[in-house]
Ligand binder design. Structure first.
Ligand SMILES: Nc1ncnc2c1ncn2[C@@H]1O[C@H](COP(=O)(O)OP(=O)(O)OP(=O)(O)O)[C@@H](O)[C@H]1O
Ligand SMILES: O=C(O)c1ccc[n+]([C@@H]2O[C@H](COP(=O)([O-])O)[C@@H](O)[C@H]2O)c1
Length: 188
């Protein structure tokens, strides 16, 4: 099978992620999309990062009605911070029958040449890029393909800040994720 890997902190997952994942799934020949929850992005501070099990649970709740989406906790058992090339290599070894394709937002593409072993990623994996407001796609490579997707100016940072300030986040997240955040008093 051809699997699209959507790596992220998902702190928390929001409709921006879901719309992007569904657009890429719908407009390519992918069989499945796996949301890989990263315990620790090498470039991000741990500040306001809720526990990885909560982030995984929120992803599971968000995608439970999509038959071709899965949540992956593979990076929970790997050294931290989470380097994407290591996870790609591990997954390719574990599942030789699958072909893995990497999703990358244009915001991440901007810094891609600072990623660990980015040349190896480009050599071995196809990359599907989707646009993010404020970061036009500026990377040309035969293995990198840009997919037209809606530009949604929604971020987990905005959602965390809204919750902390007591504002509503209705419609920014799936209802079940919002309920989980409220029940567990996350981001307050
Ligand atoms: N609204 C969006 N539109 C397009 N891409 C997005 C959007 N939100 C997140 N992404 C992409 O999804 C990936 C995982 O997202 P991440 O978990 O970092 O969410 P985020 O909203 O960017 O979080 P934060 O605000 O905490 O940095 C990122 O690589 C980012 O490119
Ligand atoms: O491998 C790297 O060097 C590397 C550098 C920066 C980010 N990443 C990964 O990119 C993914 C996106 O992160 P985030 O926090 O923007 O959702 C996440 O899985 C990170 O571990 C990976």
């Amino acid at each position: 099978m051809k699997i699209g890997l959507y790596f992220g902190s998902f702190n928390p997952i929001h409709i921006g992620h879901l719309i992007i994942a569904n657009t890429l799934y719908d407009r390519t020949d992918l069989d499945e999309v796996w949301f890989v929850v990263s315990p620790q992005n090498p470039f991000k501070k741990r500040q306001s990062l809720v526990h990885e099990f909560d982030r995984l649970r929120m992803v599971e709740l968000a995608i439970e009605d999509h038959f071709h989406f899965r949540a992956s906790d593979v990076e929970f058992r790997m050294p931290k911070p989470s380097y994407t090339i290591d996870t790609l290599t591990y997954l390719s070894e574990q599942h030789p029958q699958h072909q893995f394709v990497l999703f990358l937002g244009s915001d991440n593409l901007k810094h891609f040449k600072k990623w660990k072993n980015y040349e190896a990623i480009l050599e071995h994996y196809e990359i599907l890029v989707y646009p993010r407001p404020g970061d036009p796609v500026s990377f040309e490579h035969p293995k990198v393909r840009t997919i037209e997707a809606p530009l949604l100016d929604i971020s987990a940072t905005f959602i965390r800040k809204s919750i902390q300030e007591g504002h509503s986040v209705k419609y920014l997240l799936p209802e079940k994720v919002e309920e989980y955040i409220l029940a567990k008093k996350l981001y307050q």
